[in-house]
Design a binder for this molecule. Structure first.
Ligand code: MD3
Ligand code: FE
Length: 204
């Protein structure tokens, strides 16, 4: 059953369940072309989350700030192509939330080893703020923090599990959000002891 968290924010538990095996395999291929790396924040701190991207653009961070780049600065090559099943999943999830014709031009792949976290932030780097963001959780579960328009607003804690999908658009697009430190799990699933998150966006 779909859960409407706030205007424009739709939680689709298990929406990607049938595809998780193929999604994991594609993450491995993407990482073979553009390896996971720990980027520096604009303040010069090393992120605990490791990232890579696929599609026409990739999200990067460094002393110069946050940027979407058409080339991977590590490999100096184009980012790996976005697999058709990624595109289709994002398109279908967005449509279910009322965002027709969502055609993301980038997918950020976040990898959380146990202990990795993402501090509270807003996503403000995209050129088209009318497009939603679609996120797909894989691997270990994590507690997602869902805040409001102001940093000080109260936050909800939502556990995201493998196969869960979220769509963020409209009034929720600018909300603060983050991820609590990922816990190691005994007998972590067949896809290794990490959490992965796919984030589909329209960067330009
Ligand atoms: C709510 N990633 O990469 S995805 C990020 O689980 C990021 O890796 C988290 O936040 C992760 O920037 C959360 C869910 C998400 C993504 C974008 C949002 C939630 C959002 C933008 C606005 C509001
Ligand atoms: Fe974010």
């Amino acid at each position: 059953p779909d859960v409407l968290l706030s205007a424009g924010a739709l939680f689709l538990p298990d929406f990607a369940r049938a595809q998780v095996g193929r999604l994991h395999a594609h993450i491995q291929s993407i990482a073979a072309g553009s390896p996971f790396r720990h980027m520096l924040t604009p303040g010069g701190r090393c992120m605990s989350v490791a990232t890579t991207s696929c599609g026409s653009f990739g999200w990067t961070s460094g002393r110069g700030g946050y940027r979407y780049m058409a080339f991977d600065p590590e490999t100096r090559q184009a980012w790996p192509h976005m697999p058709p099943i990624f595109r289709e999943l994002a398109y279908q999830a967005a449509a279910r939330a009322g965002f027709a014709e969502f055609r993301p031009d980038t997918c950020l792949v976040n990898r959380y080893a146990p202990g990795a976290r993402l501090s509270l932030h807003q996503d403000l780097d995209e050129g088209d703020m009318n497009a939603p963001i679609v996120s797909v959780s894989l691997g270990l579960p994590a507690v997602f923090l869902w805040g409001g328009a102001e940093r000080r607003d109260p936050r909800r804690r939502i556990t995201l599990c493998e196969g869960d999908v979220m769509v963020w658009g409209g009034d929720s697009r600018m909300n603060f959000h983050g991820v609590e430190p990922v816990q190691a799990a005994a007998g972590a699933g067949e896809h290794g002891a990490c959490r992965y998150n796919l984030t589909f966006r329209k960067a330009r």
